[in-house]
Design a protein. Structure first.
Ligand code: ADP
Ligand code: AMP
Length: 209
């Protein structure tokens, strides 16, 4: 099962990806998480990526494509994977489809008016990357590992505006790309997390039966 999650930043891709990967036992590959790890260890890739991420821009295609191809070539991806945050440009999609065709491109859809609230209220665990929202979780440490929660630099309002513009211009065209490839499915994410998850399961179970 090769899945791709599309949708604007803050739509709930990571939240759903965690649950879907646990249920279907496939690896969750978040290019944003990989890049944040590279930044944390100050690798060459991390240092280069930081310049783009902090401005809300996309990291150049060549770097991201190489990084993702390497990851999906690993053994744990042999039976499938869920890509969260990749592809984000048509060039990235073309590079992916050339090596590993996608079965389901799932568009996690939420109205633009809701996105800012979701992103600006997001808190992430520094230690394990778990994601929370201030409206439903008020502690300042992670309930899974006790790590400190923080607001991502690129989740500050001034950067979010750029990220949404980048999504509209560079990533949204992927909806047309995957629609043409006949594997686009849209899921309404403007509902409670569990309901959204059930809709994704219904879709995938229907297709795998
Ligand atoms: P993405 O990976 O698409 O950027 P996240 O999964 O990190 O989005 O979700 C963004 C924020 O919205 C997080 O704080 C998360 O807790 C919250 N969130 C996710 N799904 C929902 C939902 N269905 N309803 C309300 N809040 C949600
Ligand atoms: P995310 O965690 O998915 O919101 O990604 C955070 C940031 O990492 C994005 O705003 C981009 O700067 C960068 N990034 C993540 N995935 C990609 C990608 N596929 N292509 C380019 N940049 C990416």
């Amino acid at each position: 099962m090769k899945l791709v999650f599309l949708g604007p930043p803050g739509a709930g891709k990571g939240t759903q990806a965690e649950k879907v990967c646990e249920r279907y036992r496939i690896p969750h590959i978040s290019t944003g998480d990989i890049l944040r790890h590279e930044m944390k260890i100050s690798s060459e890739l991390g240092v280069e990526a930081k310049g783009y991420i902090d401005k809300g821009l996309l990291v150049p295609d060549d770097l991201i494509i190489e990084m993702t191809k390497k990851r999906i070539a690993q053994e744990d991806c042999a039976a499938g994977y869920l890509l969260d945050g990749f592809p984000r440009t048509v060039s990235q999609a073309e590079a992916l489809e050339a090596v590993s065709p996608t079965d389901y491109a799932i568009n996690i859809d939420v109205p633009t008016s809701k996105i800012i609230k979701r992103i600006c209220g997001r808190r992430v665990c520094k230690a394990c990357g778990a994601v929370y929202h201030i409206s439903s979780y008020t502690a300042d440490t992670c309930e899974k590992c006790g790590g400190e929660l923080y607001l991502r630099d690129d989740d500050k309002p001034e950067t979010v505006e750029t990220r949404l513009k980048v999504y509209e211009e560079q990533t949204k065209p992927l909806l047309g790309y995957y629609d043409k490839a006949d594997c686009l499915y849209t899921i309404d994410s403007d509902r409670p997390v569990e309901e959204v998850f059930q809709s994704i399961c219904t879709l995938l179970d229907g297709k795998t039966e």
